[in-house]
Design a protein around this ligand. Structure first.
Ligand code: SF4
Length: 332
């Protein structure tokens, strides 16, 4: 019998209620992630990838967010029905998240050591009293975490303030915090977008090494297929709150079947190509308050036919872990 997935999301539908109407932000997400599996989630800004990641940790304020249908289960726990105590045992200890701009998530008036110790202490409070670490052991753990993310002179770093660190170092501190509870799943939401290219490569290498060494599952959110390709074995492509394609990363690059995925691939600049030849995807993302009927991509799709305007394409299995939501996927 196949092992139960670490994370299972089924027919998940989420809306945001606002003054102008109800935005249909996620429309029937079906996704499973196994233990130690590395998954990239890519798509344009506004496609719902960050909302999906936050849904797993129930971090969205309600209102405006409202779950309309579906389920999210992590390690068998029903996330949508879990009480606050159950969520505290999942958020951080079992599922950790790192965000886009590390400066925003570190308090400028406390040292790195104080902030890291606060996170470790919060995890300890979730354990039975007899198993909790003493203060000295928590401090030693904090130093070892900073060493694990390859920050030099970890002891001295404990006494420094965030403004004394570069952007790359701050992101490593946040990764250390994320690892402090020994999670089974790391969600990384555009973790390198705020960093320059050389530091970005170092942080991606670090995440890839940690994932391999610690046996973590990863959900890497990005608008950049290149970022996902360097850290993940599988990729899910999202468009306007739906999954349009799901495949092993090599297959996406070699045999993408969805017109939107193909458009994303064609928009990646190459050293050999000239800027004049770089293609984009015509049009813009749809208004989620009144999304297009049928396939949400049809107003921008060069292959759209009448059926696309009337009928939402199901996410169909093409074998080898490849799923595509397109009426014309066989023609690709
Ligand atoms: Fe294009 Fe139709 Fe496929 Fe949607 S279902 S991607 S509109 S061909």
């Amino acid at each position: 019998m196949a092992a139960a997935p670490l994370l299972a999301i089924h027919d998940y539908r989420l809306v945001f209620d606002g003054f102008e109407g109800t935005a249909h932000v996620l429309d029937g997400i079906d996704l499973e992630l196994g233990a130690a599996e590395t998954l990239g989630v890519v798509g344009e800004t506004g496609c719902g990838k960050s909302v999906l990641a936050k849904s797993v940790l129930r971090l969205l304020p309600s209102p405006p967010a409202r779950v309309v249908a579906g389920s999210i289960r992590f390690e068998g726990v029903d996330i949508l029905a879990a009480n606050d105590r159950a969520m505290r045992a999942i958020r951080g200890p079992r599922v950790a998240m790192i965000f886009q701009d590390p400066a925003t998530f570190l308090n400028p008036v406390f040292t790195i050591g104080q902030q890291l110790l606060d996170v470790i202490a919060a995890h300890e409070r979730e354990k039975p009293k007899a198993e909790r670490r003493a203060r000295a052991a928590m401090r030693a753990h904090a130093v070892s975490l900073l060493q694990q993310v390859r920050l030099p002179d970890a002891e001295a770093l404990m006494g420094r303030y965030p403004h004394q660190l570069s952007g790359g170092m701050r992101q490593r501190v946040l990764i250390a915090m994320a690892l402090s509870g020994a999670p089974a799943l790391l969600i990384a939401d555009e973790p390198t977008t705020a960093l320059d290219v050389t530091i970005q490569a170092q942080v991606l290498r670090l995440i890839a090494d940690l994932v391999r060494d610690l046996g973590l599952a990863v959900m890497m959110i990005s608008h950049d297929l290149g970022v996902v390709a360097s850290t993940c074995r599988r990729v899910v492509v999202m468009y306007s709150g739906t999954i349009v394609e799901d495949a092993p990363i090599a297959r996406i690059f070699a045999q993408a079947r969805h017109p939107y995925t193909k458009g994303l691939l064609a928009a990646i600049p190459t050293l050999a190509g000239s800027a004049a030849k770089l293609s984009g995807i015509a049009g813009s993302i749809p208004n989620l308050i009144a999304p297009p009927p049928g396939c949400r991509f049809h107003p921008r799709c060069p292959l759209a036919v009448e059926r696309c305007r009337a009928e939402k394409p199901a996410l169909r299995d093409f074998g080898g872990g490849h799923r595509v939501a397109c009426h014309r996927a066989e023609e690709s």
